[in-house]
Design a binder for this molecule. Structure first.
Ligand SMILES: Cc1cc2nc3c(=O)[nH]c(=O)nc-3n(C[C@H](O)[C@H](O)[C@H](O)COP(=O)(O)OP(=O)(O)OC[C@H]3O[C@@H](n4cnc5c(N)ncnc54)[C@H](O)[C@@H]3O)c2cc1C
Length: 463
């Protein structure tokens, strides 16, 4: 019945039901869930509405899916249902270079948007390291960040309005241009639990006149962290301020040969953008600060090719881990910049206690840590060690006044950790918002909110 109705509405080639197809959609970039009852690949908003109505009639929940690069189980079904893949809704629908905005479909790959608008001297600023693959819809649903979000802001700062299909299949629009409730802000970061984004108006930025990239090396992560704080304290906001520790730099260099030094304790990748005339002064000031903080070396990337190589290494760092370990678990926490050294020591200590190698590559400028715990999935004891050490890193971040996710979201994996940062009343307020948008909890169920076992009040907040 479900399958027939979907095929009637979308055509047979847009409905996947073979077990081998369904199995693929039970994974994201890290987490395994359960296969869905079907996967649909709509081409239009109208088709998305039709799918939602059919799912509702058949009592099936819905899991929206972009590229599946999420790392916390957000796009993975845990209670069956329908996966809506946006792979075929991947076009730029409108582009207004004068007003610097574009309307895009959710399945558009992030980098494809910047490529599309580049001839007009524009770019789309949020740049998750997964940007060659991840989609605008997934980025909106997770409020994705990226190396350049230090100065440009995260996805929320670049979404101007949304077209959304609600849990009944009705279409509504949000905009930040008009007065009234800012529903755009409510939808961004809601991980597919409040509505299904079927198109988005996004802000585009003018490409800067000049961009410079530098590498500074330090004896250890303490000195590098100190330099990060000093740069920001001096009133400078580089467009990116990224750190790698020795383990990460060695893996990246082995994979990319980008010119990352491998004989130091930590490397800072610093980028500034702006007017050409300002760049020399900026370089002098940065060089002064990092030397004062004990930099071992300081080097500018002098050509576009050199800059591109350094960024390719940084953005490909997760993939480079394959050089040193068959598997890795990437934790995502955020702490105040001033507590970075303590947080990094805690990570190192936890990994040491569990006998794990850890590599750190992260958005140091905004305190967003990404420890990658290396292990071999075939070793059950190592798997257990990774689970426990990942949880300990979460606890350590919270104890330092940080939070449970810097940018990857909560999804299924971290939902029970929400009780560590929010009170029951806080979560109940969020649950009431959810009930307004999706009273039947049919949109991406079992995500964000703690499981009933640990927080029953949040599951039944009404009355
Ligand atoms: C190597 C690597 C590097 C990464 N680097 C970063 C980084 O620098 N910054 C960062 O923030 N993240 C990063 N991530 C995590 C991930 O890429 C982001 O969370 C990204 O935004 C997910 O996009 P996606 O298209 O893959 O979405 P998916 O993983 O498919 O889905 C993510 C969430 O969005 C929801 N969703 C998808 N489409 C829609 C829609 N149209 N409407 C409503 N909900 C929807 C899904 O249900 C799910 O909850 C990285 C991941 C990897 C593997």
């Amino acid at each position: 019945m479900l399958h027939e109705r979907l095929i009637d509405a979308l055509g047979a080639d847009a409905v996947k039901t073979a077990p081998e197809d369904l199995a693929v959609y039970s994974f994201d970039a890290y987490t395994a869930g359960r296969p869905p009852a079907a996967v649909v690949l709509p081409r239009t908003t109208h088709e998305v509405s039709a799918v939602v109505r059919i799912a509702r009639d058949c009592g099936e929940p819905i899991v929206p899916r972009g590229a599946g690069t999420g790392l916390c189980g957000g796009a993975v079904p845990v209670a069956g249902g329908l996966v809506i893949s946006f792979a075929r809704m991947n076009r730029v629908l409108e582009f207004d270079p004068v007003r610097r905005r574009a309307r895009v479909q959710p399945g558009l790959v992030n980098l494809d948007l910047s490529t599309h608008v580049a001839p007009s001297g524009l770019f789309y600023a949020p740049d998750p390291s997964s940007q060659k693959v991840s989609t605008i819809g997934g980025n909106i649903a997770t409020n994705a960040g990226g190396p350049h979000c230090l100065s440009y802001g995260t996805t929320i700062n670049h979404v101007l309005g949304l077209e959304v299909v609600d849990e009944r299949g009705e279409v509504f629009y949000t905009t930040i241009d008009d007065a009234g409730y800012d529903l755009t802000a409510a939808l961004v970061g809601s991980e597919g639990t409040l509505g299904i984004v079927t198109s988005a108006w996004v802000r585009l930025m003018r490409a800067p006149e000049a961009v410079r990239v530098w590498l500074a090396t330090f004896p250890d992560v303490d000195a590098a962290s100190d330099a990060v704080s000093a740069i920001i304290a001096a009133g400078m906001v580089p467009t990116a301020l990224e750190m790698m520790d020795r383990v990460a730099a060695q893996a990246v260099e082995a994979a990319f040969h980008a010119g990352y030094p491998t004989d130091c304790g930590a490397v800072l990748l610093i980028e500034t953008a702006g007017y050409d005339d300002d760049m020399d002064a900026c370089e002098s000031e940065l060089a002064r600060i990092v030397r004062e903080r004990g930099a071992l070396s300081w080097r500018a990337a002098r050509s576009q090719a050199e800059r591109d190589a350094l960024w390719a290494g940084r953005k490909g760092a997760a993939g480079a881990m394959g050089r040193i370990s068959p598997n890795y678990y990437l934790q995502d926490v955020c702490v105040r910049r001033s507590t970075l050294p303590k947080a990094l020591h805690a990570v190192e200590q936890i990994a040491h206690t569990y006998g794990l190698t850890v590599a750190n590559v992260f958005h140091a400028g905004d305190g967003n840590l990404h420890p990658m715990l290396c292990y071999d999935r075939r070793d059950a004891r190592a798997v257990q060690a990774v689970i426990e050490s990942g949880n300990e890193i979460l606890r350590a971040a919270i104890e330092l006044g940080g939070t449970v996710s810097g940018e990857h979201g909560i999804g299924f994996e971290k939902r029970d950790a929400m009780t560590a940062v929010y009170s029951t009343a806080d979560l109940a307020a969020m649950a009431r918002v959810r009930d307004v948008f999706d009273p039947a909890r049919a949109l991406n169920p079992e995500k964000i909110f703690p499981s009933g076992a640990s927080c029953p009040e949040v599951k039944a907040p009404s009355a």
